[in-house]
Design a binder for this molecule. Sequence first.
Ligand code: NAD
Length: 296
Amino acid sequence: MADIAFIGLGNMGSGMAANLVKAGHAVRAFDLNPDAVAKLVELGASAAGDVPKAVKGADVVVTMLPAGPHVKSVYLGEEGVLANTHDDAVLIDCSTIDVDSAREVAAAVAAKGIAFVDAPVSGGVAAAEGGTLTFMVGGPEAAFKGAEPILDAMGKAVIHAGDAGAGQAAKICNNMMLAIHMIGTCEAMNMAKGLGLDPQRFYDIASKASGQSWSLTSYCPVPGPVPAAPSNRDYKPGFAAPMMLKDMKLAMGTAEGLGANTPMGKQAADIYERFVAEGGEQMDFSGVIKWLAGEL
Ligand code: NAD
């Protein structure tokens, strides 16, 4: 069993770290929010007061942070992971960040001969808690092999996407699809209601018809059909709308850089921008159904 530093115990990281504890690993937990650390300690982790205390002597470091700037400062800062880890450690960043930041961190870590992978996740909070995430991993084969057993304890699928940054590249393409699917699902659900269809009945039909998607069957944006979905908790995140907007901005920046034609992605990014600005900031991304219905 490994000695694991886990940094970033928010909506996703708390469940992921709990699964590492359950798998028998010794987890040292750190987050800027002391309440988040306390919750993990109740489950059997030990508290670390800062990044250096979490990382020193750990075999593995897992980070689950909001965005690129957080990841760069936690890894590359003076009191950061890289300055405090040892040469044989395996460093795993599970945050969703831009490909350039991921490659910058990977290059700095590789320059010291230490193993690092970008390993963003798909699956949401229920999958983080249930240990059924999908990990898309970027980095050298040896680093992937080092990270794989740890990721296996938190996920149902661990897939090597390619070299450094490839995990983030896969994630950004995946989430552009998700943003588009979710908006389409919400539009159809609102229209079905307007046509007098019972939401559960329409769900039963669409989930077995060609409208089926993860947004519908794992994360249904109307309350009822999928009990674990945020729609049943007044759209409390979950996957916060500003996080989806962050991902869509990353996707649109990437599309522009590549010259890729992504008109639906652009529409989805614009819709999330307006949703966040017009009342959705504290909501789960599936709460966009309310904005589309003019209910915010
Ligand atoms: P979150 O905001 O709930 O959690 C982030 C945590 O990081 C917070 O607890 C915060 O206090 C902590 N943190 C920030 N800066 C820190 C620092 N310098 N040192 C220590 N801790 C610090 O976010 P989340 O929903 O858990 O998402 C985390 C990442 O996972 C994001 O990149 C997000 O895009 C991605 N993601 C989220 C979901 C989801 O459904 N929530 C799904 C897939 C991927």
